[in-house]
Design a protein around this ligand. Structure first.
Ligand SMILES: *[C@@H]1O[C@H](CO)[C@@H](O)[C@H](O)[C@H]1NC(C)=O
Ligand SMILES: *[C@@H]1O[C@H](CO)[C@@H](O)[C@H](O)[C@H]1NC(C)=O
Ligand SMILES: *[C@@H]1O[C@H](CO)[C@@H](O)[C@H](O)[C@H]1NC(C)=O
Length: 196
């Protein structure tokens, strides 16, 4: 119910940003990008980006291209399926998890290494209201629901699961802002070879 109210408020704002050729949000899209929603805050409508094996609001993705022929631009961060992985070309893919400290993280290419005690999800894509052009991305492991953005010393916002016991950069979870993760469906899968 709450999600439906939020989505009806956001619809007009987002309509311009969502290409009409994208698949309807009422189904599981092949892939999606994420925007934070927390009105009247510095993180409102910042995009989710993968860099340094962590996730951030704002900035840009950090990617690597091993091909001499070049790779797609990779200037936005695309999640695959339910959001348990990044949408990448590199064989083996790149998995998303929550570290024992509560941070949203992704695996290095060619590595299945996830620290012991991490959470593998569940991550979900939740469709928006019927007719809505976007849905929501959630994490509901460890009895929590959703995400928060925590400020760093160098004025960035790092993404964590919304856990009271998370180990955050400032040392206090009270400095973090919970946000709703708007999932914008895209069929731009494999727009990046690998994230680093
Ligand atoms: C990404 O790069 C492409 C090609 O340079 C450009 O058309 C597109 O607008 C860029 N997208 C973003 C989100 O910057
Ligand atoms: C953090 O709290 C959750 C429950 O909210 C619990 O499942 C998890 O084990 C805790 N993590 C640590 C590292 O204490
Ligand atoms: C997305 O997929 C639809 C349906 O397959 C297709 O018509 C459209 O051209 C695709 N859009 C892009 C940007 O590739």
């Amino acid at each position: 119910m709450k999600l439906e109210i939020v989505s009806s408020l956001l619809m007009p704002l987002l309509a311009a940003a969502v290409p009409t050729s994208n698949p309807p949000a009422s189904e599981q899209p092949p892939a999606f990008t994420v925007l934070a929603s927390r009105s009247a805050s510095p993180i409102h409508f910042l995009p989710l980006n993968a860099a340094g094996q962590s996730f951030w609001l704002g900035g840009s993705p950090q990617t690597y291209c091993p091909l001499s022929s070049g790779c797609p631009p990779g200037n936005q961060t695309v999640l695959a399926g339910t959001g348990a992985a990044l949408s990448v070309v590199v064989p083996g893919g790149q998995q998303i998890y929550v570290s024992p400290q509560g941070a949203l993280k992704f695996t290095q290419a060619h590595s299945m290494n996830i620290p012991p005690g991490s959470s593998y999800g569940p991550f979900e894509y939740i469709p928006g209201a019927p007719g809505s052009a976007f849905g929501y991305y959630t994490y509901s492991g460890w009895d929590t629901d959703g995400f928060m953005a925590c400020p760093t010393d160098d004025s960035k916002w790092q993404v964590f699961a919304a856990l009271q016991n998370a180990t955050v950069p400032s040392g206090s979870v009270g400095d973090c802002l919970g946000f709703s993760a708007i999932a914008v469906p895209t069929n731009q899968t494999g727009n990046v070879w690998q994230y680093i």
